[in-house]
Design a protein around this ligand. Structure first.
Ligand SMILES: Nc1ncnc2c1ncn2[C@@H]1O[C@H](COP(=O)(O)OP(=O)(O)OP(=O)(O)O)[C@@H](O)[C@H]1O
Ligand SMILES: [Zn+2]
Ligand SMILES: [Zn+2]
Length: 875
């Protein structure tokens, strides 16, 4: 796939190796000599001399002749191989490719992928190789007579402590044996007498406890439970019908005897259950068995299993796009696809968008496969937790890892399947620091490198995946993409097929789940025209329809969700009377509203509108250019404001606000959602986070305060994103027995996105969307990269941006350069932000400037530069 690996795997035994050292402040690779008796491989953890001490290092690159020629100084020799072959060459190739594609130094990429402390030599232990001690008679004498005194000393020390199963740390051996220990260890390693292992953490054992379980009310004729017994049963019901015995005794202030009586009467059972220790709140796994699949699910599963079969024989990766409407049972398909992978002793990686979604989803995986088989990996883990989880993965034990973006680098030696849930979700893309990788792109490379299938699931697949699934063609029916059986096999011969864009010529199988489980109808979506509300004299943010729906929901004692577009992005200007939106005449994106900003030249001193793709600027008209209405301004309402107004309208309503303010703490998500699930509130008010995978059966009502913020996001992807968000949000309604109802408020009901959402016509919408993108060479047809510049000094950053743009233009590369332009939100954290947009054909991605080159072209110390390849938002 990448040339990088080829260059780094020379044919002769390499004499030198470049390593990354575990030392704060040293970012570049250092070159070391490999002693003649040592065989080093890429990815080995080494011990190398640095200054007057030894530090940990990772072997990352074998320099070629040219690189060596540039190198003149004297090189020191590697002291020891601490741990060999811990991560496979394929894993390192993945990192090398990621660094290269995203124009980021390898070091920075490694830092994103690996947990802290990995190179810390204290984390490794030396053991006598098993075969040697088992030989019994040789165990107490020197197995090989030619050992040097240093090696003999270490050997004797290790033998003395052979009963310690965990082994000894190098540091401890050095302390005990003395200065020569390192040489001794190296010699023993060379004779293969010792092994070094990463100190493996103890896997927590599953914990079982007695649990009280509520049973269906028994048929007991006249004998009613006593008042006290009813109290106990109600308490148990409040706990969800299940509670650990010890906790419940305290909670219900009752006794073992009282519980036994209830058990004898058949009201409850006392049962041994596995007890889960999850972040924050421990709770039970309710035993969960595979569900009987619907025919559609079964068909999708069969295709995935077939892909797993074929790839394990032929090592050719396949991607499968599982397009299943909200509530169609995609997760159940993942679960049943993973089961045979685990049964074969392999591991599965499940990537999910955000931690807000993870508790509910990980619970389902734990319930199915048991606590011991499931590891969770995300950025909110502490350094220690990350490190422990990493080591757990390295053991090679068959396991499921459920994680967010960075888990795409999970070091699973026997990976058999990658699943990416909600593949369209923007949080798979890293904004900063560099590399600004997209986990889906990296997952695609990884699946090809490892020759394992990648399942990408979504109710609203991304334009990228639909385009790929359609064979990179535009206007044809996506449904017909599915390949005839067997044809997929000879198409793909391993990784050689991928081109430089990271997309693949391997066929993508398109799998569809068009119906909800139990054939529950999709909730009807009603669109309210806010212009009419205005005409009727209703100036509130709630239409009459929305107010009535909430009143009805309260009356029927149902639950609802009110969605508000993310705060702080009300940068577009539109007309409340006719819905007209100001757009850039060159770029087909909404113009951003700017207060006066300090600029070197022609600084507008009044509020103005500006395109942050191409820098086109115009004054903000005071009246609507289309209908001359004076009600022409920028807008936005935050969650707090909506919360206040709702509380004023419905004084008795119980609300939970769910946004980044109320969910800062990592257990807060689970807590708030649990409270809502338990019926502690009527209405959940929140932002984007609510759109993801919530499966709460009692929710019948979903309201969208204003779709306009989504529709007019000043970005070429606004339409796609708005469509996905609205469909996902609507998909939270009517998942249980009662039918759902969705209300969307907007000033532009005739907008194609709104039309498509109302009618659930995703394919048609995406086809039009793709052909519009093709017209302007926007992704996924063309490609883009965004160069960010920022500085505390508004003038300096503008000058630097102009100079950089000029330098880049003079390179005369195969890209189109737009800008420079100020970012739509110019000032963030006291820094002014400018950007340069590069548009190019996918085959030219490797000609993009690297971060190092950009830095050298920008000659201002105070200006920070970054490059984002395939940016998701251009704000
Ligand atoms: N074959 C089945 N039989 C019965 N119930 C099922 C089956 N498959 C899934 N379910 C249930 O249907 C509900 C919806 O399934 P699931 O959450 O997997 O859907 P989804 O497609 O992942 O939804 P979304 O994309 O909206 O998150 C869940 O409560 C799940 O337990
Ligand atoms: Zn107007
Ligand atoms: Zn423009």
């Amino acid at each position: 796939m990448s040339d990088v690996l080829v260059a780094s795997q020379p044919h002769q035994t390499p004499e030198f190796v470049q390593v990354l050292v575990d030392c704060v402040g040293i970012e570049e690779l250092l070159t070391y000599r490999i002693p003649a008796e040592m065989t080093v491989q890429i990815g080995d953890i080494l011990s190398v001399p640095l200054g007057n001490r030894h530090v940990g290092a990772i072997a990352l690159h074998f320099p070629n002749q040219q690189e060596l020629a540039e190198f003149t100084g004297e090189t020191k020799a590697i002291a020891a191989i601490v741990s060999a072959g811990m991560l496979s060459p394929k894993y390192w190739e993945l990192l090398l490719h990621t660094a290269d594609y995203y124009r980021t130094a390898l070091m920075q990429t490694v830092k994103v992928a690996l947990p802290p402390k990995l190179m810390d030599q204290g984390c490794y232990r030396v053991k006598i190789r098993q075969e040697q001690t088992e030989r019994g008679e040789t165990a107490n004498s020197h197995p090989i007579p030619a050992l040097s005194p240093a090696a003999q000393a270490v050997w004797a020390f290790l033998q003395e402590h052979a009963q310690s199963k965990k082994g000894m740390s190098r540091r401890y051996i050095q302390q005990q044996v003395g200065r020569s220990a390192n040489a001794g260890l190296r010699e023993l390693q060379q004779f293969d007498l010792i092994a070094t292992v990463l100190d493996a953490p103890q896997r927590p054992q599953p914990k079982f406890v007695d649990a009280i379980v509520l049973l269906p009310t028994p048929d007991i004729g006249e004998a009613q439970p006593t008042a006290r017994q009813t109290e106990i049963l109600t308490a148990l019901q409040r706990e969800g019908g299940e509670s650990p015995k010890a906790e419940f005794l305290k909670l219900a202030k009752t006794t073992v005897t009282a519980l036994q009586t209830l058990a004898n009467k058949g009201y409850i059972a006392i049962d041994r259950r596995e007890y889960l220790r999850l972040g924050g709140k421990s709770h039970f796994v309710t035993a969960d068995r595979p569900k009987q699949l619907t025919p559609e699910q079964a068909q999708a599963l069969a295709k995935i299993l077939e892909a797993i079969q074929t790839t394990s024989v032929q090592k050719t990766a396949q991607q499968l796009l599982l397009h299943g409407v909200t509530g169609s049972g995609k997760t159940e398909v993942y679960l049943q696809a993973i089961a045979p992978v685990l049964a074969a002793g392999k591991s599965a990686l499940v990537l999910v968008p955000e931690i807000g979604l993870t508790p509910q989803l990980t619970d389902r995986f734990r319930a199915r496969f048991g606590d011991a088989k499931v590891n969770v990996y995300h950025s909110q883990l502490s350094d220690g937790e990350r490190f422990d989880t990493w080591r757990q993965m390295l053991t090679g034990d068959s396991q499921v890892v459920v994680g967010t973006r960075s888990a795409v680098f999970a070091p699973l030696p026997k990976l058999g399947l990658i699943v990416m849930d909600e593949e369209h979700d923007g949080s798979f893309k890293q904004d900063q620091p560099q590399p600004c990788y997209h986990a889906r792109t990296v997952a695609q490379w990884r699946s090809q490198l490892e020759g394992i299938p990648l399942v990408l699931g979504s109710a609203t697949p991304s334009a990228e995946m639909l385009y790929l699934a359609n064979g990179q063609k535009l206007l044809s029916d996506v449904d017909r993409v599915e390949l005839p059986r067997g044809e997929s096999n000879h198409h793909s011969n391993s990784t050689a097929n991928s081109n430089s864009t990271g997309s693949t010529t391997n066929p993508i199988q398109y799998l569809k789940l068009p119906n909800r489980i139990g054939n529950k109808p999709m909730p009807p979506i009603a669109v309210v025209d806010m212009r009419e509300e205005l005409q009727a004299g209703n100036w509130s943010i709630f239409s009459r329809t929305l107010r009535d729906a909430i009143a009805r929901m309260l009356e029927q004692k149902k639950q609802g969700i009110l969605f508000i577009h993310r705060r702080g992005h009300s940068t577009f200007v539109s007309c409340r009377s006719c819905g007209y939106v100001m757009k850039c005449r060159h770029c087909d994106v909404s113009l951003a509203y700017h207060n006066p900003i300090p600029m070197a030249t022609s600084a507008p001193t009044v509020s103005h509108l500006r395109c942050h793709y191409c820098n086109y600027t115009e004054a903000k008209p005071s009246r609507c250019p289309a209908c001359n209405s004076a009600y022409f301004k920028h807008f936005g309402s935050g969650t707090q404001k909506v919360e206040q107004e709702i509380a004023e309208l419905f004084p008795q309503i119980r609300l939970i606000r769910f946004d980044s303010d109320t969910t800062r703490n990592k257990d807060q998500h689970r807590l708030l959602l649990d409270r809502f699930r338990d019926g502690e509130a009527d209405l959940l008010i929140g932002t984007q986070m609510l759109t993801k995978g919530l499966d709460i059966p009692q929710v019948t009502f979903v309201g969208v305060i204003s779709a306009d913020g989504l529709l007019n996001f000043s970005d070429y992807r606004a339409g796609e994103r708005a469509f996905q968000t609205l469909i996902q949000v609507a998909g939270r309604a009517g998942r249980g027995d009662d039918a759902g109802e969705v209300i969307v408020q907007t000033y532009t009901p005739e907008h194609p996105v709104i039309e498509a959402v109302r009618n659930y016509t995703s394919e048609q919408f995406m086809q039009v969307e793709l052909s519009q993108r093709a017209a302007l060479n926007y992704p996924p047809i063309g490609q883009m990269a965004l160069i960010h510049l920022s500085s505390a000094d508004a003038i300096v950053v503008e000058t630097a941006a102009n100079q950089l743009a000029e330098s880049l233009r003079s390179l005369e590369m195969d890209w189109e350069l737009l800008g420079p332009a100020p970012a739509s939100i110019v000032k963030v954290a006291n820094r002014y932000r400018w950007q340069i947009l590069l548009k190019f054909a996918p085959e030219h991605v490797s000609s993009l400037p690297s971060l190092d080159i950009l830095r050298s072209l920008v000659n201002h110390k105070s200006v920070r530069v970054a490059i984002d390849v395939d940016p998701l938002t251009i704000l």
